[in-house]
Design a protein around this ligand. Structure first.
Ligand SMILES: Nc1ncnc2c1ncn2[C@@H]1O[C@H](COP(=O)(O)OP(=O)(O)O)[C@@H](O)[C@H]1O
Ligand SMILES: [Mg+2]
Length: 239
């Protein structure tokens, strides 16, 4: 049928992009007409997910910093590993002034514990992305790597419930770096900036609703929700 074997295996596997001509040839070999509902167009985002994740389909370290040079912090790493693996904390904040080593520690910890998780996602909030966009990006990767249908609701509430569903059915480690960018600048209140309240609601829900995953935040300022919920007996901690 004039198709290379690897193209046929891409079509049968449905994991890789092929051009429409190849699909048409494959369908006509089986005397089938190719119609729109038989295929989807690759989007820029889905291509991005595939390329960055092909090394390991379950881990997306995004733009996480390199930690090949790393000193000390063994007491902190031990404490954090205990919170994640033994106490199964749902929300952990790494707090401290800029440059103290929060992002580095978060990557080091993530690399040490990643084999205990089904999905690992690193995202920076550095450019203050709208909460909906960030939830979409996390869901796209998490659903895709959990081999679930990547159907993402349009509404914020829909996205948040989908995320909680995903955090319950899989053990995910989600690291959100630079969370201070979504907090109101200058103030010491830890309140979310106007327009970013969705993050506060997401943090609260992730902390309060039972699931099997962990979200780590790094921030120069403690988000208010964490201050209110953290404690000895809760699954919310800060370091
Ligand atoms: N434990 C460490 N060992 C070696 N270098 C470190 C360590 N922690 C941080 N650094 C270095 O210090 C700098 C600031 O660390 P970073 O993690 O970016 O801080 P933060 O996220 O708190 O702003 C980086 O260049 C990083 O490589
Ligand atoms: Mg940092």
């Amino acid at each position: 049928m004039e198709l290379a074997l690897h193209t046929v295996s891409k079509i049968m596997g449905r994991t890789d992009v092929v051009n429409r001509g190849s699909l048409q040839k494959a369908f006509s070999a089986f005397k089938l007409e190719l119609v729109k509902s038989d295929y989807t167009q690759p989007t820029e985002e889905s291509k991005d997910v595939e390329v960055r994740s092909c090394a390991n389909p379950k881990r997306d370290w995004g733009e996480a910093p390199d930690v090949s040079i790393f000193y000390n912090r063994s007491a902190e790493l031990l404490q954090l590993r205990r919170w994640l693996l033994e106490e199964r904390c749902r929300l952990v904040a790494l707090l401290g002034i800029g440059g103290i080593g929060k992002s580095t520690l978060a990557v080091k910890l993530g690399l040490q514990v990643q084999s205990e998780f089904d999905v690992v996602v690193w995202r920076s909030l550095h450019s203050s992305p709208p909460v909906g966009d960030k939830l979409t990006s996390i869901l796209q990767f998490s659903l895709w790597s959990a081999r679930k249908e990547v159907l993402i609701p349009d509404s914020f509430d829909g996205k948040l419930s989908k995320l909680i569903e995903c955090l319950s059915s899989n053990r995910c480690l989600i690291i959100l770096d630079n969370a201070e960018t979504i907090l109101s600048s200058g103030g010491q209140t830890g309140l979310c900036r106007p327009g970013y309240e969705g993050y506060a609601q997401s943090i609260k829900t992730i902390a309060e609703v039972p699931h099997n995953s962990c979200v780590i935040l790094t921030s120069t300022e403690k988000p208010r929700e964490i201050g209110l919920l953290e404690g000895e007996a809760t699954k919310v901690k800060s370091l």
